[in-house]
Ligand binder design. Structure first.
Ligand code: ATP
Ligand code: MG
Length: 423
């Protein structure tokens, strides 16, 4: 049988890389906790209809990117392409939305059948945050401040821009879409292929077209802002002022619409110019109708998702990762006769010093080869507990990172002396 390889676009995260993920996850987790958000863990597989109805059949994700399959019982299932629909499903199912505010976050793999390239994969991780039950623009502001605080904690604040738009209410948007379709229909033949298709399926997305000629035609199209209620426009201006006061670099762009059908009011993307075409590292907005669309109680909602691989790529590009903290402190060397005695001593040492990383070599070999392994582990100390040591109730400590003669200390003093020896 030939060697089996990973599925295209689905990556392994190797032990040598994992500290980067832990670094990001720890910072995010602390911030979210501090802001009063709670973690929710959701299934990776959901019924297909959740996505096909929830995020809209005309969206790119549902049209061409979902992994759909039937299980052995012929049930139509989908690997989640995003987290929001599943989160809403869970909130409704567990009755968590009646007269209360819910602030939750999740982190996990999402699946989309896309053309793999740098920053774009078929399995990728998203950190998502959702707030249910808070309708005011101040909630949008708090969420954006939270993200800004995260960029600051990660050192990314000088490398990102917030692109922001106001889509108005769902009714405003529907009226605008009608006007847009009326304007574009006579020009249909001049639009790019994708936009022609979208004219019937998802017209708002045409604003997002990368085609220059289409963009030119849009210059004379009706303006979304003219369709938005005055009070909502005023609120949006408040939001922009608040964010500018925080020092966030903002670009208000009337062409920003987002790919998923359910958005209204505030929508946003955080962009970096350091990652080429895959420069959006976080995206979200308000979705006040999705909960009721999925047969839940009418509940306002706002949320966002970050692409973790892209953030990690960005942190790597900017050299912002601290060195891995997971370095072995003590490497324990023994021999076949003494290994169980040594293991017992090491277990006690680990209990007494839970913050130390203590590795025990269980494969023996000559002392010379064991010292080589100790050196390769980057440990500060090698601790030898072999036949002689067990007999004499002493252990031997060798300094691997400095010129100092090895020392022998009574086993009974190991717990108390070890910290001084490590420094
Ligand atoms: P894009 O325009 O790059 O395809 P999107 O609008 O499809 O993004 P969202 O559905 O808003 O993306 O997902 C939120 C974030 O998840 C994106 O901003 C991005 O950082 C990340 N993301 C989306 N798709 C992928 C992917 N295939 N691989 C890696 N990260 C992704
Ligand atoms: Mg996409």
């Amino acid at each position: 049988m030939s060697k089996i390889q990973a599925v295209r676009g689905m990556n392994d995260i190797l032990p040598s890389e994992i500290h980067k993920w832990h670094y990001f996850e720890n910072i995010v987790k602390n911030s979210l906790q501090q802001y009063g958000y709670q973690e929710i863990r959701l299934p990776i597989v959901e019924k297909s209809e959740l996505f096909h109805r929830g995020i809209g059949s005309g969206t790119d994700i549902v049209e061409k990117e979902t992994y759909d399959f039937t299980d052995r019982n012929d049930e139509a299932l989908t690997l989640r392409p995003e987290g929001t629909a599943g989160c809403v499903r869970a909130m409704i199912e567990h009755g968590l939305l009646r007269n209360q505010i819910q602030k939750v976050w999740y982190n996990g793999p999402m699946f989309r059948y896309e053309r793999p390239q740098k920053g774009r994969y078929r399995q990728f991780y998203q950190l998502g945050v959702e707030v249910y039950g808070a309708d005011s623009i101040s909630q949008d502001a708090e969420l954006l401040s939270l993200i800004w605080q995260l960029w600051q904690a990660l050192g990314l604040n000088r490398h990102v821009t917030l692109e922001l738009n106001n889509l108005g209410t769902t009714e405003n948007r529907i009226q605008y879409v009608n006007a847009l379709v009326d304007y574009l229909t006579p020009l249909k033949e001049q639009l790019d292929q994708d936009s022609q298709r979208r004219l019937t399926k998802n017209p708002l997305r045409i604003l997002d077209s990368k085609n220059e000629h289409t963009q030119k035609l849009l210059n004379n199209a009706p303006n979304l802002n003219d369709f938005i209620d005055k009070d909502i426009q005023a609120e949006f201006i408040h939001l922009v002022h608040y964010l500018k006061n925080l020092g966030i670099p903002i670009k208000v762009t009337s062409r920003l619409v987002r790919g998923i059908d359910y958005y209204s009011h505030t929508v946003f993307e955080w962009i970096t110019d350091k990652l080429g075409a895959q420069g959006t590292i976080c995206a979200g907005g308000r979705y006040n109708t999705l909960v009721s669309d999925l047969n839940g109680p009418q509940t306002p909602a706002v949320g966002f998702a970050m692409g973790i691989e892209r953030i990690i790529l960005l942190l790597e590009t900017l050299n912002l990762f601290p060195p891995s903290p997971d370095v072995t402190d003590i490497y324990v060397i023994s021999d076949e006769q003494s290994i169980f005695g040594a293991m017992l001593i090491v277990e006690q040492l680990r209990k007494a010093h839970s913050d130390l990383i203590i590795e025990l070599n269980t494969t023996f070999g000559s002392f010379k080869s064991q010292f080589k392994k100790a050196d390769k582990s980057n440990a500060t100390l090698a601790l030898i507990i072999a036949e002689d040591e067990i007999k004499s109730n002493n252990c031997t400590i060798k300094f691997l990172r400095k010129e100092q003669n090895q020392v022998s200390i009574p086993l009974s003093e190991l717990h108390t002396s070890i910290i001084a020896l490590l420094n």
